[in-house]
Design a protein around this ligand. Sequence first.
Ligand code: SAM
Length: 183
Amino acid sequence: MKISGSGRFLIWLAKRNSGLRNYLGLEIRPKLAKRAEHWVNELSLRNIHFIFANATISFKKLVNTYPGPLVLVSILCPDPHFKKKHHKRRVVQKPLVESIVDCLVPGGQVFIQSDVLEVAADMRNCFEGNSGKLLHIDRIDPNMPCDEEGWLLSNPMGIRTEREIHAEFTGARIYRRMYQKRG
Ligand SMILES: C[S@@+](CC[C@H](N)C(=O)[O-])C[C@H]1O[C@@H](n2cnc3c(N)ncnc32)[C@H](O)[C@@H]1O
């Protein structure tokens, strides 16, 4: 499940894991959700859907009615809402984090990233403040190390989002972290 934007990342993931996993993209802008669903139909993908939803409000309800276990949640380059008075509009808030941690199966993973360090750190603090139920995976494998702050130095999924591509073209760094729910 992913807070989706254009849908690029999730469509590639669904193509790669066709027949293995199902994917659900949540997008608050109806036109983006509709466009992504259009691409899904054009590509005849059967294991992915995009829906128009406010993840902050509807995440738990949607997961509870979704067939199958929740094994991965990704929140990638969410809107930064830079002004302090607008931080409450950021998608990663304590209630959403609690819902994600509750709904994930043991061993299930959370992948977060942002090209804005302050936003990435804010997400990190929300996920790491969650009563120790999540384990920070600071090394996916020997070829995928972290920096001294625990940010992954490369993309563990090997598929980039639209925002990520744009940010990297401008020379920006991406701050990434993976978590796993303890068994
Ligand atoms: C900056 S874009 C990044 C999109 C994509 N993840 C990427 O990296 O290219 C953030 C997206 O999250 C959507 N969004 C913001 N708040 C949301 C919410 N509460 N629920 C669902 N989608 C949301 C926005 O409409 C936008 O499409």
